[in-house]
Design a binder for this molecule. Structure first.
Ligand code: C2E
Ligand code: MG
Ligand code: MG
Ligand code: MG
Length: 292
């Protein structure tokens, strides 16, 4: 499986992986090294969470954030989650990472709840390996209780690829999570197969439209129509829609027009350290929201 041996990510916006080495042996050594380093990253405090604000497009205010992990490696510097998360998934270390993420994200969210005097939503990215494990549910219950976070304020972001291998088991686990009040969003919708069979079967609350589509809605009439169709379809199925990767006001206005419920993107706010998240309701770039 050549495509699982990735570590370095090319920052070309296309999420392409490139390799340190073509040589399998070298690659194996690198993977072992990185895996060992990753195991130390938690206790050495090399992991941090950034948070990207999520906006309600009807009320035009921030309703919460998505937690995004970063690894600040002592010698390699910034390591993208797109390179180390897949490796952590393979080695099983993802369980420890996820526990760390859930704990820290819940703690930070409880700080905001007090500071802002309002329940903020926190969205957490979950690997396929995670939610099939009982431990994950225990971690979630433990930390949401400890930090007094209502389960309805915790959104778990899953991807289609993470549920596809064992769809029935996944559905059963997702139902369990939903029963406890947690909400589920299907991340990166439109980037994979996006099969209607799956979304019809999955007990989810929201769809996140992949930024690949949002990118081109101002230039490509077909993509624009597809996005409209996804939003309408999601609403018919009673899902909320979150648009990812909004970078321009034009994209934002189209999505508002189409009745998209929520949005994230560099235009509205980049992922930042927790101290940079400001009190809601945050009417960002006020003028822009006066557009009809
Ligand atoms: P994702 O969950 O789909 O997160 C969205 C990614 O798009 C983030 O990249 C974010 O920084 C980036 N982004 C947000 N707005 C814009 C925009 O307007 N333009 C562009 N070009 N990019 C934008 P990031 O932080 O590098 O994360 C990449 C992926 O790594 C995430 O994709 C998610 O799948 C995974 N990931 C991140 N944190 C975690 C985590 O704590 N656990 C797990 N299992 N996976 C994580
Ligand atoms: Mg996500
Ligand atoms: Mg996404
Ligand atoms: Mg992604």
């Amino acid at each position: 499986k050549a495509d699982t041996a990735m570590f370095v990510v090319k920052e070309d916006g296309k999420d392409n992986y490139c390799f340190y080495s073509e040589d399998i042996e070298t690659r194996t050594i690198q993977r072992v090294t990185i895996t060992n380093e990753m195991r130390k990253s938690i206790k050495n405090n090399e992991l941090i969470l950034n948070y990207q604000p999520i906006f309600d497009l009807k009320k035009m205010h921030m309703i919460g954030t998505e937690a995004l992990i970063r690894w600040i490696h002592p010698t390699r510097g910034y390591v993208s989650p797109q390179s180390f998360i897949p490796l952590a998934e393979e080695t099983g270390f993802i369980k420890d990472i996820t526990r760390w993420v859930v704990g820290n994200a819940c703690m930070q969210n409880s700080i905001w709840n007090k500071e802002f005097g309002k329940d903020m939503k926190i969205s957490i990215n979950i690997s396929g390996r995670d939610f099939l494990e009982d431990r994950f549910l225990e971690d979630l219950k433990e930390f949401s209780l400890k930090y007094r976070i209502q389960s309805s304020c915790v959104q778990l972001e899953i991807t289609e690829t993470s549920v596809i291998s064992d769809i029935d088991h996944a559905i059963e686990k997702l139902k369990e999570l939903k029963k406890l009040g947690f909400t589920i969003a299907l991340d990166d919708f439109g980037s994979g197969y996006s099969s209607l069979t799956y979304i019809r079967k999955l007990p989810i609350d929201a769809l996140k439209i992949d930024r690949g589509f949002i990118n081109s809605i101002t230039e490509n009439e077909n993509d624009k129509n597809i996005v409209k169709m996804i939003i309408d379809m999601a609403h018919l199925l009673d899902f909320k829609v979150i648009a990812e990767g909004i970078e321009t006001v034009e994209q934002l206005n189209i999505l508002k027009d189409f009745g998209c419920d929520m949005a994230q993107g560099y235009y509205l706010g980049k992922p930042v350290g927790p101290e940079e998240i400001k009190s809601p309701p945050l009417f960002l770039r006020g003028r822009l929201f006066l557009c009809p």
